[in-house]
Design a protein around this ligand. Sequence first.
Ligand SMILES: Cn1nc(-c2ccccc2)cc1C(=O)N[C@H](Cc1nc2ccccc2[nH]1)C(=O)O
Length: 161
Amino acid sequence: MSQWEIRMSGSRGVAYFYNPATKASVWETPDGLTEEEVKKLPGAELLTRPVKVRASHLLVKHSGSRNPSSWRQAKITCSKAEAIETLRKYQSQINGSHERFAELAKEYSDCSSARMGGDLGVFGSGQMQKPFENAAFALKIGEMSDIVETESGVHLILRTE
Ligand SMILES: Cn1nc(-c2ccccc2)cc1C(=O)N[C@H](Cc1nc2ccccc2[nH]1)C(=O)O
């Protein structure tokens, strides 16, 4: 069976099957493919990708951030390495606690969502910077990311829905 792969339809945000050899695109599982075989196809993770997620984050900006200013500090001058070191410190203090995450985000996040304990609300694909979106969409509900870098700075993400 020529190799199928799974892709995401840009317009519908729904995964489909594509066969590069025949250029066939189908919405339903191609005949002859078992569930086990589908799970092993390239792009299989797209089949279980949520359409929308809700997440909170703790952002530490640095001098190279797209907008090196925040409610906490008018002119942010720390280096990216120092920002990562700071975030590692928060990460160890959070230590998996959702309550501590919200407390530290409220006090230390350089995002204006700090006032919401870092809660960004619900968002779909295409709304956040891609590294952030990909990390958030790959998390299970209740799971925290490791450090994620975007043009805004460095983040810890907690998926809540
Ligand atoms: C995407 N977003 N939502 C809020 C927000 C949400 C709820 C309540 C108040 C603010 C702020 C922002 C935002 O872009 N904030 C930026 C920083 C930032 N950059 C991000 C990149 C990805 C995800 C969240 C991010 N937040 C800022 O304050 O400079």
